[in-house]
Ligand binder design. Structure first.
Ligand code: MG
Length: 374
């Protein structure tokens, strides 16, 4: 059994109205997606998505002709590629999807089989005003979500806190509230420094007053000392790791007691092979593993299978911020969007791999680039 071809296509979904992402000073007029398809010599195709796979053309020959079932080998080579060039982990997701089809097993079973369901938290992506935030938070309760994540980072901290106060007033104790400070996140054009420890502590103390469940990325992702100090100084749980690139960095974060909540995204870092082991190490250390998923539905599915099938989590990120960020926009490449049930639960299917059905018509309409390796 051999890998016969790898196809990488890039797509741009026009966004009208544009999406004003809270973590980006520039409104987004397009939503890009990379679709990776790995086909074996018997005609089965595994699908992945995530990073753009910059630089992959130099390394495609390392996979063509290989047995797709040698997942540990592929993960090692991909880890080496991320040392030399870009992060090509969507290929690893596609390989797991392909091997699932070869073996007739869903990925949630392949990674451990612990479970196939996980509750979702509504993850906002914009800075809306206090009244609108409170209204959408009430809608989140009606939809069944057990938790909601707000974005900080408005011009003034008072404005962020006013939103948090309004949401807490509106939802009472019916939702866990999470706050993403995005201080580990940098756009290429960002030049201002992230918060320092004093600022992060000031915000943490405010969040504690509102009973916030976790504070996400309060400091730069490399400030291990600051994160560990902050964790010891506040009741609020400290979350992070979505932008951390290398798997060994997560083990250092664990050794130094930096975080309560670990959030690597399987589409960005480590792939299934490395993260299923990290998930167990995180739980063994008494912490929670619940990945970042802000991307598209394929990445969400991959993180669902990984988390539900291994250690589980109280809830998993579900990008949702209607009307500006809907499941239809997020999952445009899928034949139907991924939705929660009335209790806010996501279910992994029992179909082999991830059971992905692509919407080929919209992928054709949004295509901007194709690369194919044989
Ligand atoms: Mg985040």
């Amino acid at each position: 059994m051999k890998i016969a071809s790898i196809q990488i296509t890039h797509h741009q979904l026009p966004l009208d109205p544009p999406f004003p992402a809270a973590w980006d000073t520039q409104p987004r007029h397009k939503f890009p997606a990379t679709i990776v398809r790995v086909t074996d010599d018997e005609g089965r195709t595994g699908i992945g998505s995530g990073d753009a796979l910059y630089g992959f053309h130099d390394y495609a020959h390392l996979f063509i002709g290989q047995d797709p079932r040698h997942l540990d080998r592929h993960a090692t080579v991909l880890d080496n590629i991320s040392f030399h060039a870009g992060r090509c982990w969507p290929l690893e997701i596609a390989l797991w999807d392909l091997v699932g089809q070869i073996e007739g097993r869903p990925i949630w079973q392949m990674v451990g089989g612990t479970g196939k369901r996980i509750r979702a938290y509504a993850s906002f992506g914009t800075h809306r005003n206090a009244g609108d935030s409170a209204a959408v938070a009430v809608t989140a309760i009606e939809c069944g979500f057990p938790a909601l994540k707000l974005r900080f980072g408005r011009l003034r901290l008072e404005d962020d806190l006013a939103v948090l106060a309004a949401v807490r007033r509106a939802v009472g104790e019916r939702l866990h509230l999470l706050v993403d400070c995005n201080q580990g996140w940098r756009m290429p054009w960002d030049v201002q420094p992230p918060w320092d420890y004093a600022r992060a502590l000031e915000v943490a103390q405010e969040l504690a007053r509102y009973g916030v469940y976790w504070m996400e990325e309060p400091l730069h992702r490399a400030d291990y000392t600051g994160m560990a100090r902050l964790r010891g100084a506040t009741r609020v749980k400290i979350a992070g790791g979505e932008g951390t690139r290398e798997i060994h960095e997560f083990y250092t974060l664990l050794e130094r007691d930096c975080l309560d909540i670990y959030q690597p995204d399987v589409a960005w870092t480590g792939g299934m092979t490395q993260l299923r082991k990290l998930a167990q190490a995180v739980v063994d250390a008494g912490c929670l593993f619940t990945p970042h998923t802000w991307g598209n539905g394929i990445g969400l599915l991959a993180n669902m299978h990984l988390t539900a099938g291994t250690v589980g989590a109280p809830f998993l990120e579900f990008p949702w911020d209607p009307p500006l960020w809907t499941t239809a926009r997020r999952d445009f490449m899928l034949s139907s969007p991924i939705e929660i049930d009335s209790a806010g639960t996501l279910f992994c299917s029992d179909a082999p791999g991830m059971g992905i059905l692509l919407d080929e018509a919209i992928l054709a309409r949004t295509l901007s680039n194709t690369a194919r390796y044989v």
